[in-house]
Design a protein around this ligand. Structure first.
Ligand code: NAD
Ligand code: ZN
Length: 255
């Protein structure tokens, strides 16, 4: 059944609705973006304090830029990997892992490359953009632990080629297994909770649309409205993911 919210509903009422829907649903899914990891001290790309304020993505995050000048792109990659390596899951990641463990969440689709969902205990995680835990050689396909970047800059494969993290750069396709897996979750879910994504990166931004077209309710948790608000999503709970998700979890336990 479609969730109906009134404009005057308070945050607590929306949290209550989210908890009830999660409890009712057998196939809820979370879609997470960079915003869920901001409270783990990993900056997002867009907006205030975002990486793109400092680095132009065409020069630092495009696969052609990497092929042209890996050393330059590694200035940005190093900053990101340095930050991610020491980051710990926050209360939002932990709440999602617990909801999955309790059987209320079927899985998480994420655009994040920080591995914090798995670190928090989530089992069914689809990474649309890969992750930063290993480095790969685009020439011979050999794979190395990420720590190799600490040895030389840019890190190099035994074959002499510059290594890159196993993430999706601009200009590259999403790995097929991740794409198909996430389409399936989005099609089959009856509730999608969209957390901390500005919903401008496709195909990640298609997931809530697919969910909605297949009859699911879509709830957002974000500091601010997004492209989905008022069109695709039934409602937005405004605030920090690390505040709101633990409250939803508490409510689910108490219901
Ligand atoms: P984005 O940077 O475009 O948007 C972040 C969104 O999170 C914004 O809508 C913002 O309002 C919201 N937000 C910020 N802090 C929040 C908080 N505490 N609680 C709830 N919401 C909060 O992020 P995106 O849409 O995910 O697109 C960026 C892509 O870049 C990702 O898919 C990923 O590939 C990559 N990225 C990953 C990481 C990471 O792994 N942690 C970090 C930066 C970028
Ligand atoms: Zn190689």
């Amino acid at each position: 059944m479609e969730i109906r919210v009134e404009p005057e509903d308070s945050m607590n009422e929306l949290i209550d609705i989210a908890a009830k829907e999660l409890k009712k649903s057998k196939k809820a899914v979370a879609l997470t973006g960079a915003g869920i990891s901001v409270e783990s001290s990993i900056p997002p790309f867009r907006g205030k304090g975002g990486l793109w304020e400092k680095y132009n993505p065409d020069e630092y995050a495009h696969v052609l830029a990497f092929k042209r000048n890996p050393g330059k792109v590694w200035i940005m990659l190093k900053e990101m990997i340095d930050t991610i390596r020491v980051a710990k899951p926050n209360l939002a990641h932990i709440a999602l892992a617990e909801l999955e463990e309790m059987g209320y969440l079927k899985g998480v689709i994420t655009g994040n490359v920080d591995f914090l969902h798995q670190a928090a205990g989530s089992k069914n995680v689809i990474e649309l953009h890969g992750n930063n835990r290993s480095l790969i050689c685009m020439e011979c396909g050999k794979r190395y632990p990420v720590e190799r970047y600490l040895e030389e800059m840019p890190p190099r494969c035994k074959c002499g080629y510059a290594l890159r993290p196993d993430v999706v750069l601009f200009g590259e396709p999403i790995p097929q297994h991740a794409l198909f897996g996430s389409y399936e979750l989005a099609r089959e879910c009856d509730l999608m909770i969209v957390i901390g994504t500005s919903a401008v990166v496709s195909p990640m931004s298609h997931m809530p649309v697919i969910a909605k077209e297949n009859g699911a309710n879509v709830m957002e948790i974000n500091l601010e409205e997004t492209f989905l608000t008022g069109s695709i999503s039934n409602c937005i709970i405004k605030g920090k993911a690390g505040d709101i998700l633990p409250k939803i979890l508490r409510e689910v336990k108490e219901l």
